[in-house]
Design a protein around this ligand. Structure first.
Ligand code: SER
Length: 318
């Protein structure tokens, strides 16, 4: 059977790297990249690329039919901080595009779907430490509400129609190739750029505001491993917790300071502090470990090494 893959949101932080990783694995022609805009990274044009508005059901259907798509990685979303500025836009974008793809899967136009959830599904009433797979979920952001609703829809389509949908609750994702935009965890990417460019950084989260984070290489590997796991291993059909690495601005700054002596970080919290305060500090991912064998590679210092090494080259500083 044709196993062509479609990436929705291929120009985004996750989409860029996932497209490149899947093309390396399966060949450029097997992976159709798509986004609402033309790519800035010319690398994304080394295989098929479609300009596609994922909130249009008819446009989505015609791209899936044209390329005989088997698996969709749906990475279109408005993140937490921007979502608080544009609540209705965030809700519409995050929900409509998911429902369109679930419908295509129900109709068997596509055979499999990966859709990301987030630590934002948790809220102030969730246990903050070692947050369990199943627990109280009362998110207080529009982004979190849309992700929690999305999780319920995914499980519903699996139970009701047998749709093979798989999902991960990503921690904050740290990457050098492509930047995040509009998230509460973005400070942990910005800090590496500013450390190299200016030797100092002002964090918009407070000094001891810990959040779960993950280096992009681990996130991409988790995404592909879960999506390709044998079906009987996938026992959670709303979304799997992934723990990642938990740290606060003070701890990441100390990790950077080991490599860039004299690096200074201070903290001037803004509205994102309240969002971060509603999320867990650390996550229990034993279900992912037990069901499909998840194991993380990068710890904080390993991630710092990789970020600084790659950014030095990217920014022409080496
Ligand atoms: N990284 C996301 C955000 O900060 C959380 O999933 O919005």
């Amino acid at each position: 059977m044709n196993k062509t893959i479609l990436i929705l949101g291929a120009c985004g932080q996750i989409g860029t790297e996932l497209t490149l990783a899947l093309r390396q694995k399966y060949g450029n022609d097997q992976v159709v990249a798509s986004d609402i805009r033309q790519p800035e990274h010319s690398e994304l044009l080394n295989g098929p690329f479609e300009v596609l508005d994922a909130s249009s059901a008819s446009a989505l259907r015609s791209v899936c039919e044209k390329h005989e798509i088997h698996t969709v990685y749906h990475l279109v979303a408005m993140l937490s901080a921007t979502g608080e500025k544009f609540p209705m836009k965030a809700w519409d974008l995050n929900m409509q595009s998911l429902l369109h793809v679930l419908e295509l899967a129900r109709e068997k136009v596509i055979q499999k779907l990966f859709w990301p959830s987030s630590i934002a599904v948790f809220g102030p009433t969730t246990p903050k430490q070692n947050t369990p797979q199943q627990t109280v979920m009362e998110p207080s952001t529009v982004y979190g509400i849309s992700k929690l609703a999305g999780e319920r829809w995914c499980e519903y389509y699996f139970n009701k129609y047998g749709v093979d949908v798989r999902s991960i609750r990503y921690p904050g994702l740290i990457s050098w190739k492509s930047q995040p935009g509009g998230g509460t965890t973005d400070y942990a990417v910005e800090i590496y750029y500013k450390a190299l460019e200016e030797g100092r950084y002002t964090s918009f989260l407070s000094a001891h505001r810990a959040l779960p984070m993950m280096y992009m290489d681990d996130a991409i590997r988790a995404t592909i491993e879960l999506t390709e796991a044998p079906i009987e291993q996938v026992k959670v059909r709303n979304s799997y917790n992934l723990a990642g690495i938990s740290f606060d601005p003070t701890t990441i700054a100390a990790s950077i300071e080991k490599k860039i002596p004299g690096f200074e970080c201070n903290c001037v919290p803004d509205f994102r502090e309240e969002i971060a305060a509603s999320w867990p500090e650390s996550i229990d991912d034993s279900a992912a470990q037990e069901d499909w064998g998840w194991s993380m590679d990068y710890d904080l210092d390993g991630m710092t090494d990789a970020m600084l090494r790659n950014l030095r080259v990217k920014l022409g500083l080496s």
